[in-house]
Ligand binder design. Structure first.
Ligand code: GDP
Ligand code: IMO
Ligand code: MG
Length: 424
């Protein structure tokens, strides 16, 4: 019987711990498929004393026999891609036999990165806080119908197409008063692109259709998070792709009616990196304490992440937009030992109480909190403390979806499955 494709995605502002959970549940799947984003993502996996950070390559690579597919919705920087492959080689994992790359995925050129930097510099104080990986300009060329795709690497006129796009970028860079990219950077990119061409390039929509027809279990892995979605995030402080569940359909070519379980990953608190509104942000000692305890520094850029209390209206919004069927709560251990844990249950927007995420949360939004008793230390072998169970029950009651996985530390082993729902 044909199988459904499950989806795993971020329910906050990214960095929720998607990489860890994909690695934990990957043995249940035959295929892990990344559906959007690019090297702006940093997905961290920790096991057997080693830490691995993946940017473009799906987080199933450490599970033997799993196929890892980079979907059409992803944007690829060949240089970063090869660095990731090299890091995996160094870790003793030859991913090439099980790594598939969609011909429809778009390529990030060195000039896209230069444009990203130029655009941010031009915005000054209003900058997005982009990771400067060229993500926005690459998706702009995709929707503007100017992009270069992985499949173009197989064409005889690749260099002509590359040159046309580069020239367009040079004209734009000149408009910003910025130079083009030097010959060495270009040569490095072209070399990396040629190596990328030697990987297994596939028509991934057909591959996935076949896999699902054969009853194979497929998990779609998201990048970023719902509140960074181009349509439903805190625009314009968002990324340039659809990070939501619908993005798994367009980013992989799998029809919506073939989607099964949708797992939303969230932290027991909130973080955000880069600019943009963040109603529950803690700009005090408490925020600093969470940042320290949670090692809240970007996996891709090393920037300090902004920290705040859990925001239920935002989480509820993510459940609605994505059709989340189950939740995974990460980093509960970071709040260990607090007497009181706060939870935002609603907002006052210009004086009126609401539990609904408004159109604009930039100004006039005051978070309303409920205080809950904290918990002590957590051990994954032991039953979860009653205070933590009550915290989770409050969340489940507010958003109407069960928390089926709780993460109590960064290691693969520090994971508790509840109600068994993630083990299909
Ligand atoms: P992703 O982008 O969603 O994959 O998340 P990141 O890897 O960028 O950030 C999550 C960070 O939290 C990483 O450093 C993980 O190793 C770490 N992490 C994941 N789960 C837990 C947890 O339950 N507790 C703690 N303390 N750290 C965790
Ligand atoms: P993962 O997959 C957290 C943020 C950037 C910036 C905005 C736009 O690891 O969760 P971009 O480079 O996409 O143009 O940046 O989005 N951002 C992320 N924040 N986690 C990520 O990915 C992110 N990818 C982009 O900080 O605010
Ligand atoms: Mg990350």
């Amino acid at each position: 019987m044909a199988a459904r494709m499950d989806v795993l995605l971020g329910a906050q502002w990214g960095d929720e711990g998607k990489g860890k959970v994909v690695d934990v549940i990957a043995p249940q799947y035959e295929v892990i498929a990344r559906f959007q984003g690019g090297p702006n993502a940093g997905h961290t996996l920790i096991f057997e004393g080693h830490k691995h950070v993946l940017h473009t390559i799906p987080s199933g690579v450490f599970r033997e026999g799993t196929i890892n597919l980079v979907g059409n919705g992803v944007v690829i920087d060949p240089i970063i891609f090869l660095k990731e492959l090299k890091a995996l080689d160094d870790a003793g994992v030859d991913v090439r036999p099980t790594l598939l790359v969609s011909r429809r995925a778009h390529l990030i050129l060195p000039t896209h990165r230069a444009l990203d930097a130029a655009s941010e510099a031009e915005k000054g104080k209003a900058k997005i806080g982009s990771t400067l990986k060229g993500i926005g300009p690459t998706y702009m060329d995709k929707t503007g119908r100017n992009g270069l795709r992985v499949g173009d690497l197989e064409r005889h006129d690749l260099m002509d197409r590359y040159t046309v796009l580069k020239r367009k970028h040079e004209r734009l860079l000149a408009m910003y008063g910025q130079p083009g990219v030097d010959a060495q950077a270009e040569a490095e990119w072209l070399d990396a692109a040629r190596t990328l061409r030697e990987l297994q390039l596939v028509d991934s929509e057909h591959y996935l259709d076949q896999a699902l027809r054969q009853g194979k279990r497929v998990l779609a892995e998201g990048a970023q998070g719902t509140l960074l979605d181009i349509d439903f995030g805190t625009y314009p402080f968002v990324t340039s792709s659809n990070t939501i569940c619908a993005g798994a359909s367009t980013g992989l070519g799998v029809a919506p009616n073939r989607i099964g379980a949708v797992t939303g990953i969230f932290k027991a608190y909130c973080t955000r990196v880069g600019s943009g509104p963040f109603p529950t942000e803690l700009e005090d000692d408490m925020g600093e304490q969470i940042r320290k305890a949670g090692h809240e520094f970007g996996s891709t850029t090393g920037r300090a992440r902004r920290c705040g209390w859990l925001d239920l209206p935002a989480l509820h919004y993510a459940v609605m937009i994505n059709g989340i069927t189950e939740l995974a709560m990460m980093k509960a251990d970071v709040l260990n030992g607090l007497d009181t844990v706060r939870i935002c249950t609603g907002y006052k927007v210009n004086g009126t109480y609401t539990e609904r995420m408004p159109y604009d949360i930039t100004t006039g939004v005051e978070p309303m909190y409920e205080d809950m008793p904290g918990w002590g230390e957590l051990h994954h072998e032991a039953p979860l403390p009653a205070a933590l169970e009550r915290y989770m029950a409050r969340i489940e009651q507010a958003v109407g979806v069960p928390i089926t996985l709780v993460s109590l530390g960064p290691d693969r082993a520090q994971t508790v499955l509840r109600k068994g729902a993630l083990v299909h």
